[in-house]
Design a protein around this ligand. Structure first.
Ligand SMILES: Cc1cc2nc3c(=O)[nH]c(=O)nc-3n(C[C@H](O)[C@H](O)[C@H](O)COP(=O)(O)OP(=O)(O)OC[C@H]3O[C@@H](n4cnc5c(N)ncnc54)[C@H](O)[C@@H]3O)c2cc1C
Length: 276
C-alpha cells in the first residue's frame, strides 16, 4: 500500500512524486517516459534549464524522483477502483494500491472505437494476461499501440489458434502472428464481439484485444467530473472524486511544463496534508 500513486510519468507526475517524497510519503509513479515532453526538441521557457531537449528534461526529472525514493514503474493503468479509503489501480493482471491518487496523464485522450465500450468484457478486452485463457484455441485480434501491445500479442499467440495484429509494432512480434496495415474503424457484434471492420472489410474474430498508451479518463475512473476535455479541479488540485487529485495538461490550458510542474507540486502537498 503506497501513500500516493501517480498515474503518468511526465513533468506533472515527477513533480508530484518529488514533492510527495519531500513530505516523506511513499509514492509510485506509473507510466512510460515517452509522453509529450519526450517529443519536444528543445525547451527554452523552463527556468533554470534553458536549451535542453524534452527527453533530457524528462530523464533528469525521473532521476531526481528516483533518487528521492519514488518508485518508478512502466505500464498503463487500465482502471482505478475506489475501495473506500484507498484505491486499487489495475495494470493488466497486476494491482497497485494507494491511499491517494494523482492523475497526471497529459492531454492526449484516445478516441474509442464504435462498439468498443458496449462490447467491453463481452469479447473486447484491454488485458491479454487477464483474459487470454478465455480465447485458448480461438482466433484473436490485437489492436496495438504502446509498450504493452507486442508482449501481450506474443503471450496471446501462446494460447490462441491465431492472432492478427493491427497497428505498429514497437518490438519483435512472434513470427506466427499475422500483421495487417489497415486501420480498424469498428468492433462488430450484438451481445458479444464477433469481429471488426478494417479497411472497409468485416473480419471475424472470437476476441478483440486493445492496447493503448493512454486510457480514456471515462473508463479509467467513471464519474470523474470534466470541464470540457479536461478534469475539473479546485485550487488544491482535488477532483470531484475524494482522494483523487489531478495535475498538468489533463486539467487544462496552458499546456506547458512550468504549469504542469506547479500543479504536480500542489497536488502532492494537498494529498500529503490529507493523509496527515
Ligand atoms: C513537440 C512539443 C513541444 C513542446 N514544447 C514545449 C515547450 O517548449 N515548453 C513548454 O513549456 N511545453 C512544451 N510542450 C508541452 C509540454 O510537453 C506539456 O505541457 C507537458 O509535457 C505536460 O506534462 P504532463 O505531465 O501534464 O503530461 P505529459 O507530458 O503528456 O505526460 C503524461 C504521461 O502520462 C502517461 N499516461 C497517460 N495515461 C496513462 C495511464 N492510464 N497509465 C499510465 N500512464 C499514462 C502518458 O503516456 C504520458 O507519459 C511541448 C509539447 C510538444 C508535444
Amino acid at each position: 500500500m503506497y501513500d500516493i500513486a501517480v498515474v503518468g510519468a511526465g513533468p506533472a507526475g515527477y513533480s508530484a512524486a518529488i514533492n510527495a517524497r519531500k513530505r516523506e510519503k511513499s509514492v509510485i509513479v506509473i507510466g512510460q517516459n515517452t509522453g509529450w515532453l519526450a517529443r519536444a526538441e528543445r525547451i527554452d521557457n523552463y527556468p533554470g534549464m534553458p536549451g535542453v531537449s524534452g527527453q533530457q528534461m524528462l530523464d533528469a526529472m525521473a532521476a531526481q524522483a528516483k533518487n528521492m525514493g519514488a518508485e518508478l514503474r512502466g505500464g498503463v493503468v487500465h482502471q482505478m477502483i475506489d475501495m473506500g479509503g484507498s484505491f486499487a489501480l489495475s495494470l493488466g493482471a497486476d494491482f497497485v494500491e494507494a491511499r491517494k491518487v494523482i492523475l497526471a496523464s497529459g492531454a492526449k485522450q484516445p478516441k474509442r472505437l464504435p462498439g468498443e465500450e458496449r462490447l467491453l468484457g463481452r469479447g473486447v478486452s484491454y488485458c491479454g494476461t487477464c483474459d487470454g485463457m478465455l480465447y485458448r484455441g480461438r482466433h484473436a485480434a490485437v489492436i496495438g499501440a504502446g509498450p504493452e501491445a507486442v508482449s501481450e500479442a506474443n503471450f496471446l499467440m501462446s494460447l490462441c489458434a491465431s492472432v492478427t495484429y493491427f497497428g505498429k509494432a514497437d518490438a519483435e512480434l512472434d513470427s506466427r502472428i499475422k500483421v495487417r496495415d489497415e486501420r480498424v474503424t469498428e468492433i462488430t457484434g450484438g451481445m458479444r464481439a464477433q469481429g471488426l471492420i478494417a479497411g472497409g472489410e468485416e473480419l471475424p474474430f472470437d476476441g478483440v484485444f486493445i492496447f493503448r498508451e493512454v486510457m480514456a479518463l471515462s473508463s479509467l475512473l467513471p464519474g470523474l467530473e470534466m470541464d470540457g476535455a479536461f478534469i475539473r479541479v479546485d485550487r488544491g488540485m482535488r477532483t470531484s472524486v475524494p482522494g483523487v487529485f489531478a495535475a498538468g495538461d489533463c486539467t487544462g490550458l496552458p499546456l506547458q511544463v512550468a504549469k504542469a510542474v506547479g500543479e504536480g507540486c500542489i497536488a502532492a502537498l494537498t494529498a500529503a496534508q490529507e493523509i496527515g
